[in-house]
Design a protein around this ligand. Structure first.
Ligand code: BGC
Length: 728
């Protein structure tokens, strides 16, 4: 439909009809026969309003969606189709590893392909918009939602932001869905890692670190933005004109739809910045938030605001126009049943190969003493632990992942090893499920002490013990903040009992955040970080355990050594008393008395079954001006016994600036594959763009001076060379 026709519809709508378009509800608010439902009554929503709402979220059944759309359109005066949104974050039925896992692939191209497939699966289920990707930068693993993020670095997050949005929206209007990026903005920095807590940071940090990924996603064409629950500079984002209107819309030019996070406009009252629902509605609409998710704040207050002339009706018109435009861009006016046409069967895209590769590339080998891994099928294995025969491995934001499409690690290994495999449960994942904050029946809890005895017994007869441990899927994700980041102590007790047998121990670890791994790492020979690895995950794990695939993932969030180090991230600012180079007496340097400053595993760290040797860096010239560039080269050689993939990382330090600069910042990376003995020369180009930052006057630009260029295996293991950026 052309723009004029969309305008014509808008101009023919009553104020009530327009306000209804701004409402997004869940399915409990709908009734088929126009009779008021309980939840509607509770919210105080008129039946007429509900009959005209603009959008529904989190219904993912194509037959149900078709029925809803048919009933809705029958009653609709303007035949404006409903918009169906859903929380599909990293996969619907076929599920990718959680984002903190897939980021370890450092492979945005592969993530882009997988997201395209996710999008097709969603399209075929009748979904129009997915609330994905989550682009919040994270530096505090106490916060449960780090699992949804690609990590602590603005540059890497931006690469994944672009890849995900472009993948999801590849054929928008034809056969993919629209992307709603979230949670704008800076939701990843709640104080003390406590969910829904205050966010307060300097303007510079916000712009330098927290905003770039969202900005990249907007530039990549994301159609929708979700507000975050948190405050920025004292004002909750869903009512924050400066962030939503001035920054997102005016400065960045975003003209798409903004949706509040779940009840976030109403929460302006709980935050104490709006006294009444009426004021909350005013703040929301003035901040240009188009959809009110889950509440009746807009429904019951916007009209009064217009009739009392507190707000201009054009504010509402603009919001409705943005929503109608999105519906039009999706082709809904031409085909309200896109993806769920009657004659079409649900298509099942074959996602397996790309999903499998992504699961493989997301797994990180954190330790491998004496090359205990890879295993060989002649060895007698004792497979022990609560995740060995568990299918609940898709992470908190997967609701419909197809668990019957894959086998457990135990089942896969049984098929390979027959008598060489003995399995024992070992321990519960955790004991007291009531602490998870849901009503979960602790139904199949087993006596841990008895299980440990059984496990030790089978371990005695084995050559190698493979433990499969981890945190509960519901310990991470939304509302999953924790102050202790170890795994359940009975799992540790199990490990300590096995350790007494003096046999090599491998640990496969499932989790949604960087855990404190000190005890674990000291008591195992090999540690494989597998996150929540997706529907192809168990196959990827077994292939890595047996060396069919060489692990290549590298972590994108530092693993702290202790809780007290949090927040810990590689690109911290330089201090006046750095531990290593300070002339001050040790006591009076920036350090802890009882812990190193460094994390247990730094950003960018990950091992392989092979080894890679880096030559010294060479640069094409040691100074350059605006408009010019330097080429930096390094040779990497596979010096080990296996073919393998290596993630080569480039960082830059600005030695002197008008404001304090980070000790280093990631500015490039390359993923290469090398056969045994093979070498490759890698070239990175350094130009003015890579040196830009928010200067003392908040202008974004580069300053002349001296820099250090680092290239290497991770944020700590690097080769360095200096160069200069000089005046023209
Ligand atoms: C979460 C969002 C999610 C929304 C809708 C909120 O609680 O913060 O990420 O998209 O609920 O389910």
């Amino acid at each position: 439909m052309n723009k004029e026709k969309v305008m014509k519809i808008l101009n023919s709508m009553t104020l009530d009809e327009k306000i209804s378009q701004l409402i997004m509800l869940d399915h409990t608010l709908l009734s088929d026969n126009g009779v008021e439902t309980g939840p509607q009554k509770k919210l105080g929503l008129a039946v007429e309003t509900v009959n005209n709402i603009g959008s529904l979220y989190n219904i993912v059944d194509r037959n149900k969606l078709r029925e809803i759309q048919e009933n809705y359109l029958k009653k609709s005066r303007h035949k404006i189709p409903l918009l169906f949104c859903a929380d599909v974050i990293y996969g619907l039925k076929s599920v990718m590893p959680i984002p903190l896992g897939f980021a370890c692939s450092w492979n945005p191209d592969l993530v882009n392909k997988c997201m395209e497939l996710v999008s097709k699966e969603c399209y075929d289920s009748g979904i129009h918009v997915v609330f994905s990707p989550m682009l919040d930068l994270v530096r505090d693993p106490r916060w449960g939602r780090v699992m949804e993020s690609t990590g602590e670095d603005a540059f890497l997050n931006s690469c994944f932001a672009e890849a995900q949005v472009k993948g999801l929206q590849k054929d928008l209007g034809v056969n993919t869905v629209a992307s709603c990026i979230k949670h704008f903005a800076a939701y990843g920095a709640p104080e003390a890692g406590r969910e829904y807590n205050t966010v307060d940071m300097s303007e510079r940090k916000l712009h330098q670190d927290y905003l770039p990924a969202y900005k990249k996603a907007i530039e990549a064409g994301a159609k929708m933005v979700m507000t975050s629950f948190n405050t920025i500079n004292g004002i909750p984002v869903s009512g924050n004109k400066e962030i939503m209107n001035d920054l997102l819309r005016n400065q960045w030019g975003f003209n798409g739809v903004v949706v509040s996070d779940y009840a976030a406009i109403q929460e302006l009252i709980d935050h104490g910045v709006a006294e009444t629902p009426y004021e909350a509605a005013k703040m929301g609409i003035e901040a240009t938030v188009d959809f009110d998710m889950k509440t009746s704040i807009y429904a019951n207050n916007l009209k009064k605001l217009v009739t009392k002339k507190v707000i201009d009706e054009t504010l509402i018109d603009k919001a409705v126009l943005r929503i109608l435009t999105l519906k039009n861009d999706l082709g809904l006016f031409e085909n309200p049943y896109r993806g769920i046409e009657l004659e079409k069967d649900e298509e099942k895209a074959d996602l397996k190969n790309d999903f499998r590769s992504l699961s493989e590339e997301s797994i990180v080998l954190l330790k491998n003493d004496n090359n205990v891994l890879p295993l060989n099928i002649e060895q007698k294995i004792a497979l022990i632990g609560p995740y060995a025969h568990e299918k609940n491995i898709l992470g908190m934001w997967s609701f419909l992942g197809e668990k019957n499409s894959f086998l457990t690690i135990k089942e896969l290994m049984e098929n390979m090893l027959n008598d060489n495999l003995k399995y024992s449960f070992g321990s519960n994942i955790m004991e007291d499920l009531s602490t998870l904050g849901f009503k979960i029946e602790a139904n199949n809890l087993i006596n841990d002490d008895f299980e440990i005895e059984k496990a030790v017994k089978i371990a005695k007869e084995s050559d190698i013990i493979v433990t499969v441990l981890g945190e509960h899927t519901l310990e991470s994700g939304e509302g999953g903040s924790r102050t202790k980041l170890e795994i359940y102590d009975k799992q540790i007790k199990l490990l300590m009992e096995l350790k007494k047998l003096n046999k090599p121990i491998v640990c496969v670890l499932f989790n949604g955040r960087p855990l404190i791994l000190k005890t674990l790492i000291e008591n195992v020979d090999s540690l494989l970080e597998v996150w929540y690895p997706g529907t192809e995950g168990t196959k990827a794990i077994v292939d890595i355990l047996y060396g069919k695939i060489n692990p290549s993932g590298k972590i994108t969030m530092s693993f702290p050594e202790s809780i007290g180090q949090i927040p810990i991230y590689y690109n911290e600012f330089k201090t006046g008393r750095p531990l290593k180079e300070s002339s001050h007496f040790l006591r009076f340097t920036s350090r802890y008395l009882d812990s190193p400053n460094e994390p247990l595993f730094p950003f960018g760290f990950g091992l392989s079954y092979t080894t890679f040797e880096y030559s010294n860096i060479t640069i094409s010239k040691d100074k350059f001006k605006s408009g010019e560039e330097i080429e930096a080269k390094i040779i990497i050689k596979n010096t080990g016994k296996y073919k393998g993939k290596e993630i080569v990382q480039m960082y830059i330090q600005d030695i002197f600036g008008s404001v304090v600069r980070p000790v280093k910042e990631l500015k490039g990376f390359r993923k290469i594959e090398l056969k045994v003995n093979e070498s490759k020369e890698i070239t990175f180009k350094i130009n003015e763009e890579l040196l830009k930052f928010y200067k003392s006057n908040m202008e974004y630009g580069a300053e002349t001076g001296e820099f250090i260029l680092f290239i290497g295996k991770n944020s700590q293991d690097l080769n360095a060379i200096k160069f200069k950026f000089i005046k023209n």
